[in-house]
Write a protein that binds this ligand. Structure first.
Ligand SMILES: [Zn+2]
Length: 69
């Protein structure tokens, strides 16, 4: 899930990449604002477990992956 920081519209965002690299923010086109706006990353759905992972947990996962490297 991501949220437009300008109009606060929440939308689903399917990702096949590591969102944590964006520091919780990314610029995307918002259909409501009709422009590219900053979006806050609220979390993602893990397709492997069908589970919602919020941004705090994402940060922990990132931390773990760093540890394993
Ligand atoms: Zn917007």
């Amino acid at each position: 899930m991501i949220k437009c920081t300008r109009c606060n519209t929440e939308k689903e965002f399917n990702v096949a990449f590591d969102l944590s690299r964006f520091n919780g923010k990314l610029y995307l086109y918002c259909t409501k604002c009709k422009s590219n706006t900053e979006h806050e990353i609220l979390g993602v759905y893990d397709p492997l477990t069908n589970r919602f992972i919020d941004k705090r947990e994402l940060a922990n996962l990132k931390f773990k992956s760093i540890e394993m490297d």
